[in-house]
Design a protein. Sequence first.
Length: 353
Amino acid sequence: MIKTDILIIGAGPTGLFAVFEAGLLQLKCHLIDALPQPGGQLAEIYPKKPIYDIPGFPEILAGELVDNLMEQIRPFQPGFTLGERAETIETLEDGTFVVTTNEGTRHQAPVVAIAGGLGSFEPRKPLIDNIGQFEDKGVAYMLKDPEVYRDKRVLIAGGGDSALDWSIFLSGVAKEVTLVHRRNEFRGALDSVEKVRELKHQGKIRLITPAEVVQLEGADRLERVVVRRNTEPAEDIRIELDTFIPLFGLSPKLGPISKWGLEIEKNAIRVDNTLDYQTNIPGIYAIGDVNTYPGKLKLILCGFHEATLMCQSAYQRINPGKKYVMKYTTVGGIHGFDGSKKEAPKVVVKAID
């Protein structure tokens, strides 16, 4: 049995930052995540993608943000159960919770914080009969390392921000980039659409609209695709390539957590945002993209805010009746569980004669 103060389900950015805020309160954390490494979507789906709305960082790569968060929480020595999915939860007589993973690992804590992002993800696949034959053999649904596509012939299908952003990015990496969308209009940001059209005029992106990929061909791996122009009459084009990347979005699923008796609304967990982001079960919180409340914004910085208030509430639950006086880190410094200390600078005030 792994025992801790706060058990965090999900090791994405919100879950990791919760470790820091809990550490300032001298609360220990343990994290469970189905992925084999911390970072959530940032590490698994787009580690090389830049993020622009993290305070203090005009631009930071998703993977770099994860690295920074891991360094920030290092003094508080969190525990990790990685590569395992939180499966069941039970409440003991003393009010603590026991969460068991699909591998049978048991965890006990007085507070559970669900920070599972949007849950587990499954890519939305195009309706092409033999697409499964070429998965990991020329068909990819996510881009983790753009360098894999250096000097390769890449075809991206989709009309949203991901399809546009990756087409723009890979135009400076891949040998050839083709973007196919079934409509002439795109759903993505207007500036990205304009950038794609500019790169098309420069000959750096081949843009085919309205059209869709209807057939995959190859022996041991994907060698070419058939693109059908949605015109009268329809026109089929065969394109030789190395990789086909359909970016039609991801379908999020809460998984076993949806059976924990929590109040669910539109595949998200309802919380009380007037105070501490607690669910309908006292002692169980939900923070980050996994929760919902009036005015909810699914942004990383909002998850950081929610994690901060959750930890304050968790402190009171774990230490009933004990008064906590909040101190700014610039005043109190940081005292890690590993014995490390970052003392606040001393301010000397001199009297004026």
